[in-house]
Design a protein. Structure first.
Length: 690
């Protein structure tokens, strides 16, 4: 037996940590996976999911061959076919539909892999050249990203490695113990150095349990809490007047807007005591440096975009941006100045004046597939995504996928809920079997992924399949046939053509930090990437769209305050945060991780359980007008009264009743950005037969 070699790789999953990995390979087989010890953010450690990644790569559930449907849609019955036959069928159907109207073809993808090459390069080029409908990829972060952009200008924030110097940290709408493990290490170090940690979350999450204080507003009311904090800061003059004067726009208008947003007003909305709100604002205003670590949980409600905008105003009022490790952090993705045009080649789209480009919001995929407007969607190509499990309002989504006249291709590692509806099912490579390049939304490092092993079975990468489809359709554009290595190299240029200057380090180590100061305090002297160059309390970006340019209160669609009639029928607010052992729907089919979760669970406060005659461990039915799903009750005080939590997301066919939490979620859209409102959902809970 030969000695093992080490291949540098990157974790591909939708997590801010984007870990650098080392894959041990012996005789062509991967034998070990570990975090890269020399990459500062990864620091030699992996999460419990990726530490066992070989169970995913070598799972006996892997799809190994192309398949063609032989049963009814949704039954999941297939027969093996050759790759040439599968590609010929896809090309023939695409050619026929495109001859009529290519906008009837829709790609559907998201964050099954976060790599630039396998996620947003040749796929975009191919569908641009085809003239297909465009997908608005909104389902996770669009609302918060737009609220942040309206205020700060771009997805840039505090240096994640400098937060150790903060003295007060608000962890708002996130659970980094589960979903940002390496970032949590820095927050813990800040705590060891004397920082106070406060978690703002409707439930006592794993993170909240490790913080000094837990503040539990009702779901969807974070925007009101932030307005009240601003009112206290201004009324009690807990402000940095010099920073406000030099680095912000619209303070006078903001002060007038929040004048009536007192803690007493917010108490009636958030379900918090006025004293708690006031003390939170005072602690924030009297501490320095302060950091707000936001995550996307709070943007998944009707007012989610404005909630993020309101929170983003806070550090500019107190001058928290002056300090390295201070200010706020939602995402670091805006720090990576990549050449998106070179990656995606929008110039390949050939405009037909009689057929304006068509865009479909991925959040409303169920509604879109059921529409009959001209042209109806006639073909769907799904990759890096599992919409039947993950998209809201499951009944609509399944009905759309069940259409016999819809030609559906799914390119996947496993036979997911979505794969069961495919006409053609293609086997995909895992991260250990293809080339890629990764940015991050939780640190400042690029990470390269090199193939460590040969593709398993007949699996092929996304880029390989799109090259082969382009050839079959007769496309001759050079951009459709570039190698993965060439695509990655092109991405490492700024849009002005200048090099990022990190290629040599990336080639040597497999990772490279962006050329940013250390520590990095992006707005210590202002210089916000907004039209004014200032933090915009008065947003020209929103005003240009005819929207309210000032922070405001946008209530959730479904709550006891905003919709009392609905709340009378469905009095419990459901949230469905990530399950600790899953990552969205990834890992939710593998024995180690499903065993770790134990089964679908509903956390319910003991008072709410007692009022319904529910006991710990009882099987319950969670329902509203959109549908129902079942879970086992965990009676606890980890959720506040009036709130229930269903850790998610289970594959429907593995949940026990063919449903998951998205049976009851709405496909309504957020106030800005067109995002999903997963956590804006009223339900009732009742006992169910075991």
């Amino acid at each position: 037996m030969s000695e093992s070699v080490v291949v540098r790789a990157a974790c591909p999953h939708d997590c801010p940590d984007t870990c650098a990995m080392e894959i041990g390979v012996r005789d062509g087989r991967a034998v070990s996976v570990r975090g890269a010890a020399d990459m500062p953010f990864t620091n030699g450690a992996l999460c419990t999911k990726v530490a066992h990644y070989l169970e995913r790569v070598y799972s006996d559930q892997r799809l190994m061959h192309p398949l063609r449907r032989v049963g009814a849609k949704g039954d999941g019955r297939f027969e093996r076919i050759r790759w040439d036959d599968a590609l010929d069928i896809i090309a023939e159907r695409f050619r026929a539909i495109a001859a009529d109207d290519p906008r009837a073809i829709l790609p559907y993808s998201y964050a099954g892999t976060m790599g630039l090459v396998q996620s947003e390069s040749l796929d975009r080029r191919f569908f641009n050249r085809l003239g297909a409908a465009r997908l608005d990829r909104t389902i996770c972060a669009a609302a918060g990203a737009m609220g942040w952009k309206a205020t700060v200008g771009a997805s840039i924030g505090a240096d994640p490695e400098a937060v150790v110097d903060a003295r007060l940290i608000l962890i708002w709408g996130g659970n980094p113990v589960v979903s940002n493990v390496h970032g949590w290490r820095y927050l813990q170090e800040a705590k060891r150095r004397g920082a106070k940690l406060i978690c703002i979350d409707p439930r006592r999450s794993e993170t909240a349990a490790k913080c000094h204080q837990h503040v539990a507003p009702l779901p969807g009311t974070d925007g009101a809490l932030a307005l009240a904090m601003m009112q206290v800061l201004i009324a009690e003059d807990l402000l940095d007047h010099d920073y406000i004067a030099r680095c912000t726009l619209g303070f006078a208008e903001l002060a007038e807007r929040v004048r009536g947003c007192t803690p007493e007003w917010a108490a009636g909305v958030t379900g918090l005591d006025a004293a708690t709100i006031r003390e939170l604002a005072q602690a924030y205003g009297r501490s320095a440096p302060t950091l707000i670590r936001l995550n996307y949980g709070l943007n998944r409600s009707g007012g989610g975009g404005m909630a993020v905008r309101n929170i983003a105003c806070l550090p500019a009022l107190t001058g928290a941006w002056r300090h390295a490790g201070g200010g706020a952090l939602l995402s670091t993705s805006g720090n990576f100045p990549l050449d998106r045009h070179a990656l995606e080649r929008p110039d390949l789209y050939r405009q037909d004046p009689s057929r304006p480009p068509r865009t479909i919001n991925m959040t409303t995929i169920g509604e879109a597939l059921l529409e009959t407007r001209d042209p109806p969607i006639r073909a769907l190509y799904v990759y890096n995504a599992n919409p039947v499990a993950v998209a809201p309002y499951s009944a609509k989504v399944r009905a759309g996928f069940r259409r016999e006249d819809l030609f559906c291709v799914v390119h996947e590692l496993f036979q997911t809920d979505t794969a069961d509806y495919a006409d053609i099912l293609l086997p995909a490579t895992s991260q250990l079997e293809h080339h890629d390049l990764h940015t991050s939304y939780g640190h400042f490092y690029l990470v390269a992924n090199r193939p460590a092993i040969d593709a398993q079975g007949e699996a092929r990468s996304n880029t390989e399949v799109f090259r082969q489809l382009a050839a079959r359709l007769g496309f001759d554009d050079t951009a459709l046939f570039e190698t993965d290595e060439a695509i990655a190299a092109a991405a490492l240029r700024r849009e002005d053509g200048r090099s990022l200057g990190v290629g040599a380090r990336l080639a040597e180590h497999g990772w490279a930090r962006l050329n940013l100061p250390r520590p990095f305090a992006p707005f210590a002297r202002g210089g916000f990437p907004t039209p004014s160059g200032k933090c915009e309390f008065l947003s020209s970006f929103l005003a240009a769209q005819g929207l309210d340019p000032l922070p405001a209160w946008h209530p959730p669609y479904e709550s006891v305050v905003s919709n009392p009639a609905l709340a009378a029928r469905y009095p419990l607010a459901l949230i469905s945060p990530p399950a600790r052992n899953f990552l969205n729907s990834s890992f939710a089919n593998l024995p180690r991780f499903t065993a770790g979760e134990g089964g679908p669970r509903l956390d319910i406060h003991r008072d709410d359980a007692a009022a319904r005659g529910l006991t710990d461990g009882m099987r319950v039915r969670i329902h509203n007008d959109r549908g129902a799903f079942h879970a086992y009750a965990r009676v606890t005080e980890a959720v506040r009264r009036g709130v229930v939590a269903a850790p998610s997301i289970w594959w429907q066919k593995r949940s026990g009743d063919g449903e998951n939490a998205n049976a009851v979620t709405s496909d309504a859209l957020t106030d800005m950005g067109g995002g999903a409102v997963f956590y804006d959902c009223l339900v009732e809970v009742a006992g169910a037969p075991a």
